[in-house]
Design a protein around this ligand. Structure first.
Ligand code: SAM
Length: 265
């Protein structure tokens, strides 16, 4: 019957389907789903991870953009009456509305072409998310967990680490997928902090400062901040203005943003 639903992987939807059962099991073990979870899978594809998730959590909700995959998923999982598929772009989905009673546990082998905007979109719902487990390009997982002063450290590292605990779990080789992607992949766990360890008084300002800082990686902090604060007295900054922005820790970015929040622009 599966042949009836022959599906050709679509590049524009970032479709690389997992075919390695050991890897799929390892991912599901890392997630550790339980029956009472409010589990959401982004991009179920042909249901490779979905099948194992459903065995442990039959009320799973999946979000899939490719409408051609929906009949196959509905057929394949017809014995799970609580399984729900939302045919939508996860980038536009109001995840908060799915967390009626419980915070969400979100999982997905994400389409790599949208992973960064999707992570930023999901961060806006962080108060309603218990945890997230994603397959991403390994390079993105490295960026998520990167430490100051390294090449991988950037806007994504600072903003995700500000909001979440980041735990890289294990790498996944290209052969685990069909078609095989050109890059290495890895699994990451993100757990939103109930409260950020170093709270910013104005999170939007923190984000703006981090953005300008990393647009100007080679400049000193003093010069990088000029577009935002042309009149800045650099001697008053809580961190040395001669440093490169990429050497600042998350806490130092927060200190900087909290100082800037006291300035007039
Ligand atoms: N989970 C399956 C697996 O592991 O074999 C498929 C993973 S594949 C890398 C990514 C999946 O996300 C595809 O099914 C694709 O159609 C879906 N997708 C792509 N863009 C999406 C979007 N914006 N919103 C929701 N799903 C999307």
């Amino acid at each position: 019957m599966d042949n009836f639903f022959q599906h050709k992987a679509r590049k524009r939807f970032g479709q690389n389907f997992l075919v390695d059962d050991n890897i799929i099991e390892r991912i599901v073990r890392a997630i550790g789903p339980s029956e009472t979870d409010r589990l959401i899978e982004i991009g179920p594809g042909q249901g490779a991870i979905t099948a194992l998730l459903l065995q442990r959590c039959p009320s799973l909700t999946a979000v899939e953009l490719d409408r051609d995959l929906i009949p196959m998923l509905q057929f394949k999982f017809r014995d799970y009456p609580e399984f729900e598929i939302i045919e939508q772009d996860a980038l536009k989905l109001d995840f908060g509305a799915l967390a009626e009673e419980k915070p969400l546990r979100i999982v997905g082998n994400l389409p790599y072409n949208i992973s960064t905007p999707l992570l930023f979109h999901l961060l806006t719902f962080r108060g309603k998310i218990e945890d997230m487990h994603f397959m991403l390009q390994k390079e993105v997982v490295d960026r998520l967990g990167a430490t100051p002063g390294t090449k991988a450290y950037g806007r994504l590292s600072v903003m995700v680490q500000y909001h979440c605990r980041v735990q890289g779990l294990f790498p996944v080789p290209p052969q685990a997928f069909r078609p095989a992607p050109k890059v290495e992949s890895a699994i990451v766990r993100l757990v939103p902090h109930p409260n950020p360890p170093y709270p910013a008084t104005d999170e939007a300002l923190l984000e703006r400062i981090v953005n300008v800082a990393f647009q100007q990686r080679r400049k000193t902090l003093r010069n990088a901040l000029k577009p935002l604060y042309p009149e800045l007295d650099a001697s008053k900054l809580p961190v040395d203005a001669g440093r490169r922005p990429e050497t600042l820790s998350v806490k130092e970015f927060v200190d900087l943003a909290n100082y800037c929040a006291t300035l007039k622009t």
